[in-house]
Ligand binder design. Structure first.
Ligand SMILES: Nc1ncnc2c1ncn2[C@@H]1O[C@H](COP(=O)(O)OP(=O)(O)O)[C@@H](O)[C@H]1O
Ligand SMILES: [Mg+2]
Length: 397
């Protein structure tokens, strides 16, 4: 049975499509059809991609053509069937955009069933053929790795809040991966009790099929997905750099944002996460040892050509009485500071309760404001391919 998503249809058409597809139809709420596939699929609450997208006559032709053309490139494993009164011109444009079939609004149930079946078979066939290519090439999401030379500087605080903030900005868009393989505590910071953890996500069936991998994720009530850390340091140690590379690549095909929390320093797993990253958030506490450590880590990463162009320097535990200014920090590390997080008594309480500050904190709290500023650096800027980032960086260095 094929999975069908229906958009732009009235009650009468919804009934016919449901009969034609034997009930497995997700009907999108009425409203403007987004031109961006990711935005369309965000509206699917179970996160499962369809085989066939059926679009009815209420969607605007322009939006339909834009969306279909993008789907054709980004997710060729999904076929589009358009039900509309079409002129000769529209027929041509539809075919050029990769729309699989066109039916008139008066189409009856058997006609719709035939079209959906044909489209579904085409989707399945293309998915089978395309799989080897997509493994390496269809890498669309933004991978944001949070790293720091030292522990206790707020990586988990920042990654959990960033992930919650991105989920609030774009529902179902984000997965958080706890790569602090030995002592990961994202689950605790989010109040989650995971059924599966990192080692399960990189072994066995989950490592072979993205659809299966999604069933190994833990869901937070906010709609955020998470790969939580291993139950024991020994279990975490079994996760290799290449496992991380494969996991992040799979997740980036399914999610707009993959937020990666890491252990202090440059472990094999963290280097793999940096290699896959479109963005790095380099974090340090605002004190002399922390800032010196940050400088050294930035130097090493620069030498290895492993700083993605999306680079965000964040200072935590800023304290006006600390005697260190942002200017001092910038001089030491040789680059700008992007966000400064104040020391805040609300943070330890939120860590202990397992409720990130962006979920519970007051909008006027200075820490909440700065965390939102960090979120908006990602939520407000368009996606770019990691390849392009890397190429630019190499050219510049
Ligand atoms: N800005 C802040 N103000 C006060 N406490 C903070 C702040 N940032 C983090 N913390 C606290 O510091 C501790 C370490 O933070 P955490 O995010 O676990 O660091 P890391 O993941 O880098 O080891 C936690 O108890 C957290 O609540
Ligand atoms: Mg941590």
């Amino acid at each position: 049975m094929s999975r069908v998503v229906l958009a732009g249809a009235d009650e009468d058409l919804i009934l016919r499509v449901k009969q034609a597809a034997d009930g497995d139809v997700t009907v999108l709420p009425p409203g403007r059809l987004p031109g961006d596939p990711a935005r369309l699929f965000e509206q699917l609450h179970d996160g499962e991609l369809p085989d066939v997208l059926v679009i009815g006559p209420s969607a605007s032709p322009d939006a339909v053509l834009t969306l279909a053309a993008r789907l054709d490139i980004q997710t060729p494993g999904i076929s589009v069937v358009l039900i509309t009164e079409a002129s000769q011109q529209m027929w041509q444009a539809a075919m050029r955009s990769g729309i699989r079939d066109l039916l008139p609004p008066s189409a009856n149930v058997p006609e719709i069933r035939d079209a959906v079946d044909r489209a579904s078979q085409a989707a399945t066939g293309r998915r089978r053929v395309l799989r080897p290519v997509t493994e390496t090439e269809r890498y669309t999401g933004r991978v944001i790795t949070i790293a720091s030379p030292k522990g206790g500087v707020g990586k988990t605080t920042v990654s959990t809040n960033l992930a919650i903030g991105l989920t609030a900005a774009a529902p179902q868009s984000t997965v958080l991966v706890d790569l602090d393989v030995q002592f990961g505590d994202c689950a605790s910071a989010l109040g989650l009790v995971p059924e599966y953890t990192l080692p399960d996500a990189v072994r066995g069936p989950a490592s072979e099929d993205t659809m299966v991998l999604k069933t190994f994720l833990t869901q937070h009530p906010s709609g955020l997905y998470a790969v939580c850390g291993a139950e024991s340091p020994a279990a975490g140690d079994t996760v290799r750099g290449e496992d991380v590379t494969r996991l992040l690549a799979s997740l980036a095909r399914e999610f707009r944002y993959v937020v990666v929390d890491t252990a202090p320093g440059l472990s094999e797993q963290t280097l793999a996460a940096l290699d896959r990253a479109t963005d790095v958030v380099m974090l340090s506490s605002m004190d002399v040892p922390g800032v010196r450590g940050l400088r050294k880590e930035l130097d090493v990463l620069r030498e290895l050509c492993m700083i993605p162009a999306g680079r965000h320097v964040v200072m935590n535990f800023a304290d006006p009485k600390g005697g260190l200014s942002v200017r001092d920090v910038e001089t030491t590390i040789g680059t700008g500071v992007d966000v400064v997080l104040p020391r805040s008594s609300g943070v330890p309480a939120s860590t202990n309760q397992g409720v990130p500050l962006l979920q519970s904190g007051s909008k006027r709290d200075p820490m909440v404001k700065e965390l939102r500023r960090l979120v908006s650096r990602f939520a407000a800027t368009p996606l770019m391919q990691p390849g392009r980032y890397r190429a630019k960086h190499r050219a510049a260095s």
